[in-house]
Design a protein around this ligand. Structure first.
Ligand code: FAD
Length: 333
């Protein structure tokens, strides 16, 4: 009877809200927390209810310490074991399902990343629910906004699944503050052993990583060669910026694949974005799909009709080979 009275008093959705609880999957490399985790916690906090953060790894005490400081996290679930070191999808899936069995979360989520894109669809399949990808806004605990058609349209989706499994776009949610004090609880799951970590080859750079940079200098086919990209690197170094590229520049071999920004590359949203020798969207919007949420867009292009000028805050119609060295010199001064 008390339950019925509570439902009547709060209304059904308020009543459910009181019991919402979310498990967020932390991104890290066993020594430091990736900041996109904090944006996922902000998204989770918008759902109402408690937020638990799963830190799965090996010898990852420093990450757990950091995770416990994220505002909005009630409990950090620490799972530290050799088989979790590389967070292989099969091992992580078993752990998440184990946590789900014990805690009956209403939402399981993580910032969109290679890891969550690999493991969360598996979790959703095992729970027999849909996976909702790249959520950019939370309207309520069952209604979410996500881009479709390469960001050309936004779909508002309502899920009636008992458990909502989703990834969130890190650039769409602010990073949660670091003044929390969550409790830490240890959990474990047996090794699955279905896959094995062999090796990895990582590109090393002293420059900021594209998806985390506050300033990005991106070049397009207008640069005309990989040697000419050195000019952008010099400019970027003066600004502490990351260097990115259009697909046309990557396809032409001027820049490596991991520098590509756009629909089939990285999605970025820095404070300041330079689009240099990039047309914008020659009949397509694929580059735009990866950078249009940047706070200020500066376009440099010698063609006054280049479509990029339609989305830029500041446009400079000039030859990049004059402009970029001049700007680099001016910043030096
Ligand atoms: P161009 O369109 O050739 O533009 C070069 C620009 O440089 C021109 O505007 C020109 O005026 C200017 N320029 C030339 N010389 C100078 C100079 N000296 N000074 C100043 N300006 C100069 N593209 C992406 O970027 N990212 C993606 O993820 C992506 N995914 C795609 C997925 C699919 C399925 C498809 C079909 C396409 C995708 N593309 C993507 C490609 C996209 O459609 C465009 O072809 C590409 O972005 C164009 O790159 P660009 O602007 O560098 O080259």
């Amino acid at each position: 009877q008390g339950l019925v009275r509570a439902v009547r008093r709060f209304g059904c959705s308020n009543f459910q809200r009181r019991f919402a609880s979310t498990l967020v999957i932390a991104e890290h490399d066993n020594s430091a927390l990736n900041a996109i985790t904090r944006s996922a916690v902000t998204a989770a906090s918008k759902l109402g209810g408690d937020v638990d953060l799963l830190v799965a790894g090996n010898n990852c005490d420093k990450v757990v310490e950091e995770a416990a400081k994220i505002s909005g996290v009630k409990r950090v679930l620490k799972a530290s074991a050799p088989h979790l070191e590389r967070r292989l999808a099969e091992e992580l899936e078993a752990l998440i399902l184990h946590a789900q069995n014990s805690n009956k979360y209403t939402h399981i989520m993580g910032a969109s990343s290679a890891c969550t894109k690999s493991v969360l669809p598996r979790v959703a399949a095992k729970l027999d629910v849909n996976q909702i990808s790249e959520v950019i806004a939370i309207e309520s605990e069952d209604t979410f906004v996500r881009p479709i058609y390469a960001g050309n349209a936004l779909a508002t989706v309502k899920s009636s699944d008992a458990v909502k499994v989703m990834t969130t776009r890190a650039t769409s949610f602010d990073k949660a503050e670091m003044n929390g004090s969550a409790s830490v609880e240890e959990i474990s799951s047996a090794a699955v052993g279905a896959s094995e970590w062999k090796s990895e080859e990582l590109s090393k750079s002293d420059r900021p990583e594209l998806t985390a940079a506050n300033v990005i200098v991106a070049g397009g086919r207008g640069l005309k060669s990989s040697e000419n990209f050195q000019m952008l690197y010099k400019f970027a170094d003066k600004l502490g910026a990351a260097v990115g590229a259009s697909r046309a520049a990557v396809d032409a071999g001027y820049m490596p694949n991991d520098a590509q920004i756009g629909q089939t590359g990285k999605v970025v949203a820095p404070d300041l974005y330079f689009a240099i020798g990039i047309s914008g969207f020659t009949g397509a919007i694929q580059h735009l799909a990866g950078m249009k949420d940047s706070k200020t867009i500066v376009a440099i292009n010698k063609d006054p009709d280049a479509p990029i000028f339609q989305v830029s805050d500041i446009g400079l119609v000039d030859d990049l080979f004059n402009v970029v060295p001049t700007m680099t010199e001016e910043i030096k001064k």
